[in-house]
Design a protein around this ligand. Structure first.
Ligand code: C2E
Ligand code: CA
Ligand code: CA
Length: 731
């Protein structure tokens, strides 16, 4: 038996011939080749045998009584699915082209002429059978593929190398919201937004150039819902690719759920212990590379058990949820700069379990900032809460550890923060404690200073001193700078450098600065009311006050209320305040100039100012920083810088004044380089208002001094000026 013919079970062959002899030879040959043979003697019999036996191959004689072979062939072909594909070998008794053509037209697979050469017959049969098997396999695999494709939930696209959609198969229920049959033959860039079309095009090119399967994911917003898609792109010819797009929204959502469960506390939605530790470790690694402190705050509710015992666990759970919100609120309020980035905060707060919470402050500049956050959280937690109809008062105790001082790794920092929390409980609850004693001490000092500063405005503990600005050319007091003083009830006079940075950090500088502005304008107006000729008053403006809208508004109000003409008010701004946002700055400055104010650049030379940038702003005067004046004459660098600043100011038509002039040598240097406006201890220290008035009253004597200065005549000291007593001038 020829094993080529063998297939699972023996195949059936149908031999149709009215010539009994031929039928027998063919049958026996087929039988020897492994077929089960059925026979039919005419067309009618053949058709019914075909239906009955479902043969795998048909041998069909052409010339028969009744229906001839051509008709039988046609009817088999049109009769059934099997008939369409079954190989039919026609035995044409006539060796002419016409009947061969008719055989093919009728649907014959092949033909053989009679009288039959049985050796050739055997080969024909063999090859026809083999190709039948091959095409049968092909057909089956095609059917399988189609079934597979039909079962796929994916959107299939065939895309040309230039991005045109050549073919599109959209499965039922594919709720893609972005691609449908109407998109056929459109370009990718017309169908998808740029965000999506760009990666498609990139991956398409990669699939065509590099080859292999390209893969990417993206999402689209469909009616407030985010849907996720996964694209697989593979080259399918020289100039086209096949893209399989799968809707993976459900998978993504499941992943998210799993993620939430694995990393979050179910009750509060905050992080759980493990993920908090992970975040802490990341923050530590970052701080290790880039410097800075990392604070870990450990919070434990005071007497939480009492709540559970009194109201039951359900209320206890609700309370914990409210506390979680309160903690977030406290953290958020403490971080003005990032208030809108809510997600960032939830990523820093965890519930470790029970009534224990931890808060991570990843990038702390000053250790004390963490104390401020702790205080805010405690305040926020201790406000009365209504839970399930019960009004509940609860407080918390907190411990704080600071990396790197209190530990190098997350376990140690958490453990020590826990210990510090117990210390806070021992201190009477509702407070926070640093792990390290030294920090507790300095935290206390600073916070009490901060508290005192908050109250200082109301308690009228601030006052203003004035330092005259002298024009050496005329000997006149052309102006004065208002300098803030704080008379602390216990600490005495606190110098501005000790509290202004704190006032800026806490934002208190805004109301304080407003107070100074007001006091200075009233003072200057009073001088004029007393009959002194008008002169300008310079007021320092912090960068926090230098904001669009608010500054111009408050200056306008102060001028109106004090009655001072705008041209007698000068505001002093630092370079950095202006540079923060140049566009905004020039807007504010233009408005101030329109009002008639003067604008000074304070501490000039310490920032990054360049000529080019100065020219852009409507400025009046440059104040050369004291640090340059201090070392002249003598220090060549500072001499050169000072001379250059003066020359530059002149070339820009700006006034220039030197700050911190303490010696006659300094004064002489400045005069020699063309700077004749000066401010400094040589003329006078900052003094209280009345003394400033007396000082101006002696202007005549100052004029004489100034006129003689530099011509070898006695200095200020002869007039009692420039003595360095606390209030300076001895007029
Ligand atoms: P500043 O604006 O550079 O003020 C000049 C500082 O130099 C004043 O210090 C003044 O007393 C001091 N000074 C003046 N002449 C001499 C001198 O010949 N030698 C030396 N060694 N120092 C001299 P003060 O009053 O301690 O103020 C320090 C800083 O505090 C000020 O520096 C200013 O930045 C800030 N400040 C003072 N008042 C205010 C205010 O009302 N608002 C704001 N935002 N800042 C203020
Ligand atoms: Ca100043
Ligand atoms: Ca200054």
């Amino acid at each position: 038996m020829d094993d080529l013919f063998s297939r699972d079970g023996a195949p059936v062959a149908l031999v149709v011939d009215d010539d009994r002899g031929a039928r027998l030879i063919a049958s026996s040959l087929l039988h020897d080749s492994g077929f089960i043979v059925e026979q039919a003697a005419d067309g009618i019999e053949a058709l019914s045998a075909f239906e009955r036996f479902n043969p795998s191959i048909v041998l069909l004689d052409v010339v028969m009584p009744g229906i001839d072979g051509f008709d039988v062939c046609k009817q088999i072909r049109n009769g059934s699915e099997l008939g369409r594909h079954v190989p039919i070998l026609m035995m044409t008794g006539l060796d002419d082209i016409d009947s061969i053509n008719r055989a093919y037209d009728a649907g014959a697979t092949d033909f053989i002429t009679k009288p039959i050469n049985w050796t050739i017959f055997h080969h024909r049969l063999r090859y026809m059978w083999r190709s039948t098997l091959v095409s049968d396999d092909l057909r089956k695999s095609e059917m399988k593929n189609r079934a597979l494709i039909d079962a796929l939930p994916d959107l299939l696209l065939r895309i040309s190398s230039d991005g045109r959609i050549l073919e599109l198969r959209e499965p039922n229920g594919f709720d893609q919201g972005f691609c449908c049959a109407e998109q056929l033959s459109k370009n990718i860039s017309e169908v998808f937004s740029e965000e999506v079309s760009l990666p498609i095009v990139q991956n398409l090119h990669r699939a065509l150039t590099v080859g292999g399967l390209q893969f990417f994911e993206h999402n689209v917003q469909v009616d407030e819902e985010t849907r996720y898609y996964e694209w697989r792109i593979v080259g399918s010819g020289k100039n086209e690719v096949v893209a399989i797009v799968r809707d993976i929204t459900e998978r993504k959502k499941t992943e998210e759920r799993v993620f939430r469960l694995a990393y979050h506390d179910i009750l509060t939605g905050l992080l759980n212990r493990n993920s908090f530790k992970e975040h802490l470790a990341q923050a530590l690694a970052h701080a290790q590379r880039h410097g800075g402190y990392v604070a870990t705050l450990f919070l434990d509710l005071d007497r939480f058990k009492r709540i559970n015992d009194t109201f039951g666990y359900r209320v206890g759970d609700l309370l914990l949820q409210s506390i979680a919100e309160r903690i977030q609120e406290g953290v958020r309020k403490s971080d003005r700069s990032a208030r809108h980035v809510d997600a960032q905060f939830t990523r820093r707060i965890s519930r470790l379990g029970g009534d224990e919470f931890t808060i991570l402050l990843p990038d702390v500049k000053h250790v004390q900032d963490s104390a401020r956050v702790a205080k805010r959280i405690l305040d926020s937690v201790s406000r009365p809460l209504v839970v399930a109809g019960h009004e509940i008062f609860i407080t918390a105790s907190m411990g704080i550890t600071i990396y790197p001082m209190d530990g190098e790794d997350s376990d140690t920092l958490l453990k020590n923060a826990d210990a510090a929390m117990y210390n806070a409980k021992e201190q009477g609850r509702n407070n926070y404690q640093f792990y390290s004693e030294a920090m507790n001490a300095s935290s206390f000092k600073r916070l009490s200073l901060e508290n005192a500063l908050r109250k200082a405005v109301d308690r009228q503990e601030f006052l203003v001193h004035y330092q005259p600005q002298l024009d050496m050319a005329s000997g006149r007091v052309i102006g004065m700078e208002a300098l803030l003083r704080w008379k602390h009830p216990e600490l005495g006079l606190v110098p501005p450098n000790d509290f202004i940075p704190l006032a800026e950090e806490t934002g208190l500088i805004v109301p304080i600065g407003q107070w100074v502005l007001n006091a200075a304008c009233i003072y200057n107006k009073n001088l004029q009311r007393m009959g002194l000729s008008p002169r300008r008053i310079a007021v320092n403006i912090s960068s926090l006050q230098f904001r669009p809208g608010s500054l111009v508004e408050s200056i306008r109000r102060v001028l109106k209320e004090s009655g001072l003409d705008a041209r007698w008010l000068e505001i002093e701004l630092t370079e950095s305040a202006i540079m923060k946002n140049m566009e905004e700055s020039s807007g504010i400055l233009r408005e101030l100039k329109q009002m008639g104010l003067r604008v000074a650049i304070d501490d000039f030379g310490t920032g990054y100012s360049s000529l080019a940038y100065l020219k852009r702003f409507p400025l009046d005067i440059i104040k050369i920083d004291r640090s340059f004046i201090r070392d002249i004459p003598g220090d060549h660098d500072n001499e050169a810088i000072t001379a250059a600043i003066i020359a530059m100011a002149h070339s820009l038509n700006l006034e220039v004044i030197a700050e911190g002039v303490e010696t006659e040598a300094q004064l002489e240097f400045l005069l020699a380089h063309g700077c004749h406006e000066v401010q400094g201890y040589l003329v006078s220290r900052p003094v209280p208002g009345e003394e400033m008035m007396q000082f101006i009253g002696k202007e005549r004597e100052l004029m004489t001094w100034a006129a003689r200065f530099g011509k070898g005549i006695e200095g200020l000291s002869d007039l009692g000026i420039g003595k360095t007593g606390e209030m300076g001038v001895g007029f």
